[in-house]
Structure formats: C-alpha cells, structure tokens
Design a protein around this ligand. Sequence first.
Ligand SMILES: Cc1cc2nc3c(=O)[nH]c(=O)nc-3n(C[C@H](O)[C@H](O)[C@H](O)COP(=O)(O)OP(=O)(O)OC[C@H]3O[C@@H](n4cnc5c(N)ncnc54)[C@H](O)[C@@H]3O)c2cc1C
Length: 259
Amino acid sequence: MLTWPEGNGWLTKQLAAPLGERLRTGQVVVRIAEVRGGVEVDAWDAASQSLVRWQAAHCIVALPVFVAARVVENAPAVLAHAAAHVRHAPWLVANVHLRGPLVDRPGAAPSWDNVVYGTRGLGYVDARHQTLDPTPRGTVLSWYRPLGPSRYDEGDGRRLLLERPWTGWRDDLLAELSVPHPDLPALATRIEITRYGHAMAIPRPGLLAQIGSQRTAPDDAHRGSVIAGRLSFAHADWSGYSIFEEAFTRGHVAGASLA
Ligand SMILES: Cc1cc2nc3c(=O)[nH]c(=O)nc-3n(C[C@H](O)[C@H](O)[C@H](O)COP(=O)(O)OP(=O)(O)OC[C@H]3O[C@@H](n4cnc5c(N)ncnc54)[C@H](O)[C@@H]3O)c2cc1C
C-alpha cells in the first residue's frame, strides 16, 4: 500500500504540470460532433460565460460514459451500449480536520484505512498515516459512506444524497467514529462534506462483456482502445471498475492509438 497526502489529486497535478497553458480548465463540454474532416467540441467557458468551439482532427473523450452518451452527437453504438450497462454508486465523502492527534488506544495500531466493524460506512483513511514526520499532530480523516445499492442501502441513495441536510451526515460520521475514537468530536475543527451523485462504476460479473469495450480495437496495435470514427474513448468506466490504474491505462491506450 502506497499513500500520500492529497490522494489522487496529487497524481492529477503531476500529470497536468507539463501541459502548462495547453491545459484549459473551467470548460463544460456540451456537444461533441464528428463533422466533415474533423471533430467539433462545444464547451461552456465559465470564466467568459460564453460558448467556445474547438476543432480537432481527432478527439479523446475521457468523460464518464453516462455524460459522454449525452454530449456526443449521434452517440456510436459502443458508447450507447456502455452507458446503458454501467451503473454508478452514489457516495458521500467527509473530510474531518483534527487540531491534534487522536488518543492512541491499546490494541491494533491504526491503519491507513480503518473500517469500524458492523457500521454502514467504509471507515476512514488518515492523510498523515505514512508521513515520515513522527511528531504526533493534527490530521485530516476522510470518511467514506457508499450509498448502495447494497444490503444496507436499498433505497434511492442519490435522492437521499440530494435531499438530506449536511447535518445528518455530520451526525452519522460523529456517531460512527466516536465509537473507536471518543475524543474525536472535541478535536474536530472543520468537516467538509462532498456529495458524489455518480461516484464510481459498480463492477459486477459479466459487465466487461456487456460493455463490449474489448471488441472495438481494429488490430493488435490498438488493443484495449475504444474507437469509433474520429472519437476515442478513455475513462475508468470502460473498465467497469473505478480505480486510478484503470483510468490511466485507458487514457494511455487512447493516446497511444493516435500516435
Ligand atoms: C470517493 C472516491 C474515492 C476513491 N478512492 C480511490 C483510491 O483510493 N484509489 C484509486 O485508485 N481510485 C480511487 N477512486 C477512483 C478514482 O477516483 C477514479 O477511478 C478516477 O478518478 C477515474 O479517472 P477518470 O479520468 O477515468 O475519470 P474522472 O476522474 O471521473 O474524470 C472525468 C472528468 O470529466 C469531467 N467532466 C464530466 N463532465 C464533463 C463535461 N461535460 N465537460 C467537461 N468535463 C467534464 C469531470 O469533472 C472529471 O474531472 C475513488 C473515487 C471516489 C469517488
């Protein structure tokens, strides 16, 4: 297990750094269309509050499949198929800032990822767990609460996420984590709650065959790539499994297929 503060955010910063000004953020893609001789991408530019158009010979669509299926004009069958089969779980994530170290109680040493037995949450990870600085001090705990569908959450988790006040999630968090850490509420200075309506693809047996993403590569050199005309697709969704390695591989393969 290799962890570091900032999580995957650190990785994306390193990937973005060499791109410099070529990277344009704050643009929401609303339309991708194959036109004669190229691809048009229309995006809403948040800074200028206007629609901008990009033209390219080829486009790698690295959007979640359910978003891609909405913005790609005349979505190709492989995309429509993937969007119809990949289901996403809603998640709530809360970051708890602690002004001092938690009491080190007897028993097993705290891990990076700690799950409280018998609870609904997936426990928490400690941002300072692998720090080389041994001084006991405050940290940030990230608490994860998947919202199904599961044995615990049969209802509409996405609606719950939308409608439930943040105070309810705060209370759940404090109740759950106070069991192993009774001193946590007194140490907490700030709690940041994030609602992810479509957090991660739900992997299940047979999903890859249903997505059909393995079948679109024209030859061995393009193995693993998902190509339809001038569009290539890259997102962890195409692996049916939400993890950085899959996202990276999908992006790498899509880029390499254009080289
Ligand atoms: C709570 C949580 C914890 C996780 N923990 C881990 C972990 O510990 N380790 C791990 O390996 N993975 C983890 N993952 C999974 C990991 O975050 C994903 O697998 C990875 O981010 C997928 O990368 P991606 O580039 O395929 O897609 P995304 O990260 O989903 O990137 C897609 C991008 O497209 C953007 N976008 C969407 N619509 C539009 C639009 N219309 N126009 C422009 N941009 C748009 C989105 O804002 C987003 O930035 C976690 C995920 C969640 C939700």
